[in-house]
Each structure stands twice: as structure tokens, then as C-alpha cells.
Design a protein around this ligand. Structure first.
Ligand SMILES: *Cc1c(COP(=O)(O)O)cnc(C)c1O
Ligand SMILES: [Zn+2]
Length: 410
């Protein structure tokens, strides 16, 4: 049996039983999963975790399921790479990349949240799962939902990258492309979720879904030898991942799995959709919704559900935020590829470019340990690079033709 005590309103503290609900009936605050940490502390030791399979379920006591994991048994436990080439380029002592571009079946960190959401949907007895997606969630729900035997309704903005549409449609879900922004899609889905008894992973299952993001934080700490880094830079769409990385760190501290928690959290956004970073830079927790206009479509949420909580987590940790232009995003994708051999999607470009600005501004100190979260694979957003790569060398199939080119290369 699990270790969940119930759900609790993040605003007024009212408690609820475990059900597919997500807002407080009294104050409309979001609901949060509450655990029995006393019981977890007795069973969850470093050694217990270390003996388990290398997937995200190795922290299952801190995930909101009652029975055994049913979805995403090969997701999670992605590499934490020491990025020495990039560190040297940026003039910092210790830089790590949490590399969620690999290992996950659908090549983004969304496999973490979907593994938890779909396992919970099974426990609740749903036969249909759905989501409102900026791209990666569509891909992940389509794939994991197919394997788990769910009917699937996937809602996306019609302007999504073609590679993400192809990546989702191959699993043959009901893919619904909506004429509008992600925020329009999300609003429509809230209406649909009220009418149809489906498990909308990021709407009525959201309190459970969001907990899956904690596994990225747990892994960072375990992979650093059970220590928390000085800085973590996290890309923000709804702000949920950042909020949950912070929750993960605090849980490990509470459980005595780490001694110190010196970590500062930094939010990374594209300037073309920066409601969270703008609020943080202006020193407020009031999120002003925006109309997104950026190549970083996976982060293009103009009215972020967890934006307020992300600003709070950043403030509590003593961190900050940055945002970057489309050109800076593309340049950072190329820099990461050239220095570390990692091809990240646009969200990864956002994270690295923001990290560079934060280092330049002295917000991230050069002698500290920094982890940057690279959350999705570049093969999923190839369109963003068109017209922005170096030339291919075209030759005839002859040695002479090759050597002509070789001379030019010098
Ligand atoms: C969804 C997503 C994020 C962050 O999402 P949140 O809504 O802030 O949790 C980051 N990177 C990628 C690639 C994503 O798809
Ligand atoms: Zn409430």
C-alpha cells in the first residue's frame, strides 16, 4: 500500500480524499498530494533506493500510487553528465547536464509525469486518457497510453511542429488539432474534462501527474552522490517541473537523505513567452498572462497554472530567472551539440542560453556546482534549426572532388 495521506489545498489547507479532482471547492486553489513522511522515513534509505531498478519508480514511496507501478517501467534514471567542455567554455568550475533527451521512450521529461498519471488513471479505473499538450505531452500520452491499453484523446495547438505531430499520430490516438494557442486548448480541455469522464492527465489528474516531475530532482541528488548542487536551472512552461524539483529536494532533506540544502533554483524561459521570468525579475509573484511568440513551442504557455508557485519556489531558494531570444536559443542548441555532443530541443536551448546570461550577470557563481535540466531531444524540433546550420559539403563520387573540398576546408 502507498504512503499518501490525501490531497490538500495549497491555498486554504482544506483536505480531500484521493480522487480525480484538482481544485479546492472552497477557494479554487490547486490540490497537492500529501504523504506520511514519518512512515516513509522508516522504510526509504539510500541503500534501499540504490538496490532498485534504474527507473523513476525507484522512489515509489514518494509517488502517489497505491499498488505497483504499471506504466513507464523503462522511463527515468536518465544520465547526469559532467559537462567539462561546456564548463571550460563558460569559465565555470563544475557544470552538469541532467540529460532527459535520452532513455525515455518518447525522448522528453514528460515520460516521468505520464508514467505516474497513467498508473494513477489505471488505479482510478479510467478507460480513456486525454491531455492538453504543447507537444511532448501529446507524444508521451499517445505512446504510453497505447502500451497501457487506453483510449486516447490528445489535444494540441494546430501550429505545433510537424515532427511532434508525426511523433504523436504514429501511435494512432485521437489527435485533435485546435485552431488556437495552447492556452485556448487548455481552456477547451477544462470544459471537456467537466463533461466527459476521462482522465485528463494535466487537468483532473494533475495533482498526481505533477508529482512525477519530482523524480528528476531525486535523480539529480542521488547521481551527485546524495548531495544537493548549489544551483539548478529549470525550463518553465506551466512552472510545474520547477516547483516539483524544489519539492523533491525538500523531501530528501526532510527524510534525512541529504544533510544540507544549499540549492538556488533558476527559472528559464523564452523572451517570447516569459510570464514567469518577467515576474521574478520584477520582484513580484503576480503573473501577467502573455500571448506566446517563440520557437520554444514546448514552453509556450502564456498563462502558466503553476507560475505563482514557481516564483515562490525560486524566491524561497534564493534563486532568480532569465529569458532569451529565439536566436540565443538556437545558438545555445548548437553550442551544446558542439561542446557536449547533445542535441537538445528548443527548451534545452532556452535552459543553456539562460544559464549563460545568469553566469555573466554573476547570479550563478563560477566556483559553484550547477546542474542544468535539458528536458527534450532535438530530433523533435528540427524545424527550429532550418536555415541556421552550417553547409553540407556536396561532392561528386571521386577522390578529386573530395580533395577540392578538403582544400577549401583547410
Ligand atoms: C513540458 C516541458 C517542460 C516544462 O513544463 P512545466 O509545465 O513547466 O512542468 C520543460 N521542457 C520540455 C521539453 C517540456 O516539454
Ligand atoms: Zn482551498
Amino acid at each position: 500500500m502507498g504512503y499518501v495521506e490525501g490531497l490538500k489545498c495549497r491555498e486554504c489547507g482544506r483536505e480531500y480524499a484521493v480522487e480525480p479532482i484538482y481544485v479546492c471547492e472552497f477557494c479554487f486553489g490547486p490540490l497537492e498530494v500529501v504523504y506520511d513522511y514519518k512512515r516513509i522515513k522508516k522504510v526509504l534509505k539510500r541503500k534501499t533506493i540504490e538496490k532498485r531498478k534504474m527507473n523513476l519508480w525507484r522512489y515509489k514511496e514518494l509517488l502517489p500510487i497505491d499498488g505497483e507501478p504499471q506504466v513507464g517501467l523503462d522511463s527515468g534514471y536518465t544520465p547526469l553528465l559532467k559537462a567539462d567542455n561546456l564548463a571550460k567554455h563558460l569559465g565555470v568550475r563544475a557544470l552538469y547536464i541532467k540529460d532527459d533527451t535520452v532513455v525515455h521512450p518518447t525522448l522528453s521529461f514528460k515520460d516521468r509525469v505520464v508514467a505516474v498519471a497513467l498508473t494513477k488513471a489505471k488505479e482510478f479505473g479510467f478507460d480513456t486518457v486525454a491531455c492538453a499538450s504543447t507537444g511532448n505531452l501529446a507524444h508521451s500520452v499517445a505512446a504510453h497510453g497505447a502500451k497501457a491499453g487506453f483510449n486516447r484523446f490528445i489535444f494540441i495547438p494546430a501550429t505545433l511542429e510537424q515532427s511532434k505531430i508525426t511523433a504523436s499520430i504514429v501511435y494512432e490516438p485521437n489527435l485533435i488539432a485546435v485552431d488556437g494557442s495552447y492556452d485556448d486548448v487548455n481552456r477547451l480541455c477544462s470544459e471537456i474534462a467537466n463533461k466527459y469522464k476521462w482522465a485528463f492527465v494535466n487537468i483532473n489528474i494533475r495533482p498526481f501527474y505533477a508529482e512525477g516531475s519530482k523524480t528528476q530532482g531525486f535523480e539529480i541528488i542521488e547521481q551527485l552522490g546524495w548531495t544537493a548542487p548549489d544551483n539548478v536551472v529549470v525550463p518553465c512552461a506551466s512552472g510545474s517541473l520547477l516547483t516539483k524539483v524544489w519539492k523533491a529536494f525538500k523531501e530528501f532533506k526532510e527524510l534525512g537523505l541529504i544533510k544540507e540544502l544549499p540549492t538556488k533554483l533558476f527559472a528559464a524561459q523564452a523572451t517570447g513567452c516569459s510570464p514567469i521570468s518577467t515576474a521574478i525579475k520584477q520582484g513580484t509573484d503576480v503573473i501577467r498572462p502573455v500571448k506566446p511568440d517563440t520557437v520554444a513551442k514546448s514552453l509556450a504557455i502564456g498563462n502558466p497554472a503553476d507560475g505563482y508557485y514557481a516564483t515562490r519556489a525560486v524566491a524561497e531558494s534564493g534563486g532568480y530567472a532569465e529569458d532569451v531570444s529565439d536566436q540565443e536559443i538556437i545558438d545555445a542548441i548548437k553550442l551544446l551539440a558542439k561542446t557536449e555532443g547533445i542535441f537538445a530541443e528548443t527548451a534545452g536551448g532556452v535552459t543553456l542560453a539562460c544559464t549563460m546570461k545568469l553566469i555573466e550577470a554573476g547570479k550563478i557563481k563560477k566556483d559553484e556546482t550547477t546542474v542544468i535540466c535539458i528536458t527534450g531531444n532535438g530530433l523533435k524540433t528540427q524545424e527550429a534549426l532550418s536555415g541556421n546550420t552550417i553547409e553540407v559539403h556536396h561532392i561528386k563520387p571521386s577522390l578529386a572532388s573530395f580533395e577540392d573540398v578538403l582544400k577549401k576546408i583547410g
